[in-house]
Design a protein. Sequence first.
Length: 248
Amino acid sequence: MVTPRTSQEITQQEIQAFAKFCGDHDIVIDGSVGEQNANALGDYIVDLWKVEITDETLEVALGKLRDRIVFYTPAQVKYRKIAAEDIERANQLIAWFQGPGNTSLVRAGDQGFENQTALLVELKGREISSREIQNAIGRLSFKSGLHFVPAPRPVDSRQHVDDGRGFMPKDSVNLTARDHKRLADAATATALGQESVPTTDYQALAENVRGRTHSESERIARLFVTKPGTSEILWPDTYEARRRVSGL
């Protein structure tokens, strides 16, 4: 039964319904992408439809807005499930995985999540330490499941080497943060009643955005959002900017 709204205030019951629905449907609720998802679904139900947020109204909204909603990939879903079993251990592994100690494993994209999942499973019952992680990598190297960084190819000194920064200043833009976070913040804090599992790789998401033509894809690949006054790339905002340009 659809219940008309009597107030614009989001209730705790609605927040819990939203968090559970996102979890059941693998909808991203982390970071700026999660905020975008929450805004899209919440605005449709609360502002446009003017009814309460329930499983029923969320199902209808998702059906209408599916092409605008970002979902976790299967690799992210599997990692989140394993990491949620012990957030502290998952964070300890991330500190090593994204730090200087990790010189061999792919860090980004689905392969990065698959690497972390394999390590968390292999390290069950063991200390999360550099020594134990290296031992786990050694054991896993004889199995399938780990993705290693390809060995660098020899560089011909006669050839020009692209430093990857040639086009960045030309198409860099600065965007201000969106402040419409009423539903997203509350839902993220409420989901599962625990710390959020760090998952979303915005750099990988941004790098996978493509246009309808080759030239449009090249133009999108040169679009970056930077921190005002610096050359630091803000990957969550870069991802959103590229999605808007691509028409996704």
